[in-house]
Design a protein around this ligand. Structure first.
Ligand code: DX5
Ligand code: ZN
Length: 220
C-alpha cells in the first residue's frame, strides 16, 4: 500500500512541552497522533488522561488516536470522547464485555478499536467485527516505548486481514516499529503504523526524516 498512515506516539515526546511536540510532529508529516493512556493496573506504567488530551487538542486538526491501556475502561469512555479523541481503542483483555464497550464508543460518536496483546489469539474479535473500525495488534507487550518488535505477530496481521474481508476496518500496528520492521507488517496487511522512539529519536530536527523513512520503508 502507498497510503500507509503514520501515527507518532507522544509517549516518546518531551512531556514538558507536549503541545509544541504535537505541533512539531504534525508539521513533520504525521497523519494521526497516537495517545497511549496507561493506568498502572492493566499495564505497569502510568501516563496521562483526558485533561492532558484536551489540553493538546487545539494544537492540530489531525486525528487523535487514543489507545486505552486501562481496566476498567467503560466508565472512562465518555471522558475520552469529550477530550476530542476520534478513535478510541480498548484492550480485549481489559474489558469483560467487549461487545458492550465497542457499542459504547460508537454511541459516543467515535470510531471503535480493539487492541490485542501479542499473546491474545485473534479469534476474540470474530463476533464483534461489525462493531469495529480498527484492530490494533500489539507487537510488544504494552507499557513502555522502545521495546523490541515481536515477530510472531506478523502471521496474526495476515490472519486478521483475512478475517476482516471487505469490511472497512483498519489494521494498526504498535510497538517496535522501525524502518526495518515496518515492511514486514505493511506487507502482511497493516494500514496504520504507530511509532514512538523511531520518530522522536534525535530531536525535532529529525522528525520529518524519521517519519519519511518509516513511510518509505512501509510502502516498499
Ligand atoms: C506501548 C505503546 C506504544 C509505544 C510504542 O505500550 O502502546 O504506542 O509508545 O513505542 P515504540 O514505537 O518506541 O515501541
Ligand atoms: Zn499505543
Amino acid at each position: 500500500t502507498d497510503k500507509i498512515i503514520i501515527a507518532p506516539s507522544v509517549l516518546s515526546a518531551d512531556f514538558s512541552c507536549l503541545g509544541e511536540e504535537v505541533e512539531a510532529v504534525c508539521r513533520a508529516g504525521a497523519d494521526w497522533i497516537h495517545l497511549d493512556v496507561m493506568d498502572g493496573h492493566f499495564v505497569p506504567n502510568i501516563t496521562f488522561g483526558p485533561p492532558v488530551i484536551k489540553a493538546i487538542r487545539n494544537r492540530t486538526e489531525k486525528v487523535f488516536d487514543c489507545h486505552l491501556m486501562i481496566e476498567p475502561v467503560d466508565s472512562f469512555l465518555a471522558a475520552f470522547a469529550d477530550a476530542g479523541c476520534h478513535y478510541i481503542t480498548v484492550h480485549a483483555e481489559a474489558t469483560t464485555h467487549l461487545d458492550r464497550s465497542l457499542q459504547a464508543i460508537r454511541d459516543l460518536g467515535c470510531k471503535a478499536g480493539v487492541s490485542l496483546n501479542p499473546s491474545t489469539p485473534e479469534n476474540v474479535i470474530e463476533y464483534v467485527l461489525d462493531r469495529l473500525d480498527l484492530v490494533l495488534l500489539m507487537t510488544v507487550n504494552p507499557g513502555f516505548g522502545g521495546q523490541a518488535f515481536i515477530p510472531s505477530v506478523i502471521d496474526k496481521v495476515a490472519r486478521v486481514k483475512t478475517m476482516i474481508g471487505d469490511r472497512p476496518i483498519m489494521i494498526e500496528i504498535d510497538g517496535g516499529v522501525t524502518p526495518e520492521t515496518a515492511p514486514l507488517v505493511s506487507r502482511a496487511g497493516a494500514d496504520v503504523l504507530v511509532a514512538g522512539s523511531a520518530i522522536f529519536k534525535g530531536g525535532a530536527d529529525r522528525y520529518a526524516a524519521n517519519i519519511s523513512a518509516l513511510r518509505h520503508a512501509a510502502n516498499n
